[in-house]
Design a binder for this molecule. Structure first.
Ligand code: SF4
Ligand code: MG
Length: 333
């Protein structure tokens, strides 16, 4: 497909005092095709939200490039930034925190259109607000009410309506359903899916739960401690995950069938998530990896395409031909 977004060797480091550096995102590369949903998954603190915010231009990059619709996001001129923001919008985890409590639904949804001077008259703008409310499944009667008067799921619908107000092409949804009741999560996912089909939207869908991204994503990138460790199609990831971390995440997803569930082996990771301030040498996952070898502490595994469109960073799969000394040969089953 046609690429809408390219993230190339992106690094985002924060200085946290005492000369210490937090490596929130360390050399991450991926691209997103027009109209697809790309799921970005990993534990909290793995850098996935930082990637989202850096793509949006809310954070400066430390190194690398973010190319959106052919333009380098971090090199946009002021006047181009404005039109850029019409094309890319964000939906947040906590819709309550992202909505101004003193603004009515009408004001919340109208604001982006006013800033961008989309409509000449108020009447047209109001009509558009009504249309957006309908699109996200909220009644017109809600228009003069305030965010606190709504349930979590309804507030997320308001947040989605606001994100859609400028008719964007690309939406970054940062854990949009994590704060919602399980019963409401599916409704919001279905709403996002429907809007995507109707409007041809492209999504970057960020979540900490692999089961959650699967329902929605065409391809999935798995993050661990600032690094992307595996990237492939949603189906391939579930059928043939290669990275030990992905395998552990998958083994933690409950299977509804009790027979399978009982006989299944759960991979329990030892130890705690290390700090991104002093990440382990070599492979960042090695302190918790059940397969760790000597080389894992010495050399950072390369990001390589081990089969078509399936990328992984792990020494278990290193190509013997491209290495100079004593390659470790392992069969992938
Ligand atoms: Fe485990 Fe080594 Fe692969 Fe890292 S490179 S995931 S430590 S086997
Ligand atoms: Mg986050």
């Amino acid at each position: 497909g046609e690429k809408i977004l390219e993230v190339k060797n992106l690094k985002k480091h924060f200085s946290v005092g005492n000369g210490q550096i937090l490596q929130a995102v360390d050399d991450v590369s991926f691209s997103i095709n027009k109209g697809e949903t790309f799921g970005l998954v990993g534990e909290s603190g793995c850098g996935k939200s930082t990637i989202g915010r850096t793509i949006m231009g809310l954070y400066d990059k430390t190194a690398g490039d973010v190319i959106f619709a052919g333009e380098n996001v971090h090199e946009l001129k002021e006047k181009n930034k404005f039109s850029f923001h019409r094309k890319m919008q964000m939906i947040f985890q906590d819709p309550y925190a992202s909505l101004n409590p003193r603004s009515t639904v009408r004001e919340v949804i109208s604001e982006p259109m006013e800033i961008h001077k989309i409509f000449k008259n108020k009447r047209e703008q109001l009509e558009q607000v009504y249309e957006l409310l309908e699109e996200v499944g909220l009644s017109r009667d809600h228009i003069n009410r305030y965010p606190h008067e709504f349930s979590g799921g309804q507030r997320q619908r308001i947040g989605i309506a606001r994100a859609l107000a400028l008719d964007p092409e690309f939406i970054i949804a940062d854990e949009p359903i994590s704060a919602l009741d399980v019963s409401v999560q599916a409704q919001v996912v279905n709403l996002l899916k429907r809007l995507q089909a109707e409007k041809g939207l492209t999504f970057l869908f960020i979540a900490h739960d692999l089961a959650m991204v699967r329902q929605f994503s065409d391809r999935i990138g798995v993050m661990y401690l600032g690094n992307m460790v595996e990237l492939t199609s949603s189906d391939q990831l579930y059928d043939n995950a290669l990275h030990p971390y992905t395998q552990a995440l998958l083994s933690a997803i409950p299977i509804p069938d009790p027979d399978i569930e009982e006989s299944r082996e759960r991979i329990i990771l030892k130890g705690d998530l290390p700090s991104p301030i002093n990440p382990p040498s070599g492979c960042v996952f090695r302190t918790r990896c059940p397969m760790a070898m000597d080389i894992c502490a010495i050399e950072k595994p390369k990001w390589q395409e081990v089969e078509p469109s399936h990328f992984v960073a792990c020494h278990l799969y290193r190509e013997s031909s491209s290495e100079k000394e004593s390659p470790i040969k392992l069969t992938i089953s």
